[in-house]
Design a protein. Structure first.
Length: 151
């Protein structure tokens, strides 16, 4: 879906799980939920940890923003961290798949906005889109986390 085949190799057991079944009110709510879910990770913090948490926050924000702008609103949100990665899932009301937007306009200038899906695809090691039985879709992005010894 992102234009490249990215797969994650996850055998780790989920450390904690944060579920917001009715959907968050804003991207800020999602960032708070991700921070809360990742707060229990053990080990000494490094700059790589800060960068990877920032990546997870950005992916979560972009998925929720896209659901609000293009998907008819967020119907569910879930974040599940493991030892090596965090799974961020956002469900919305739309059956339409995300579409990459041309980044350059007809005059050759970089477009303002429309970069969210590209950001998700760049930062996630895997992206899975599932149709929901009740209608709509669920997008799950897997974002690698630093283990404290580099990524």
């Amino acid at each position: 879906m992102c234009g490249q085949d990215k797969r994650s190799a996850t055998g780790a057991v989920a450390v904690s799980r944060q579920v917001v079944s009715t959907g968050p009110g804003s991207p800020a709510d999602v960032r708070q939920a991700v921070r809360h879910a990742l707060a229990g990770r053990s080990g000494s913090r490094t700059r790589d940890d800060d960068d990877s948490v920032g990546d997870a926050l950005l992916v979560a924000s972009e998925l929720v923003t896209n659901a609000m702008l293009h998907g008819g609103g967020v119907t569910a949100f879930e974040v599940t961290p493991t030892e090596r990665e965090v799974h961020v899932s956002v469900s919305d009301r739309s059956d339409q798949l995300p579409v990459p937007v041309r980044q350059i306009d007809d005059a050759g200038r970089l477009r303002i906005g429309g970069h969210g899906w590209m950001i998700v695809c760049t930062l996630a090691s895997d992206v899975v889109i599932s149709n929901l039985r009740t209608g709509g879709k669920r997008i799950t992005a897997v974002v690698p986390l630093s283990t404290g010894a580099g990524r």
